[in-house]
Design a protein. Sequence first.
Length: 69
Amino acid sequence: MLSQELLEELREIVREDLGKELSDKELFEFGENLLSYFELLAKIYARENLKDLRKVEEEIKFDSLAKGL
């Protein structure tokens, strides 16, 4: 949930960058959608990094086994 302060900051950005005036309802929906979008991007990024980390861990285990450790 976005605070009123963040919504007002978003309103100003939309006004300055896009030249649009949004109603309170439009602003809230836009803000919530934007927040959901970035939460999804963060999850995808974390999942990809976790896959990379697991690959490295498997390589380390394999190298250790190959060396007889």
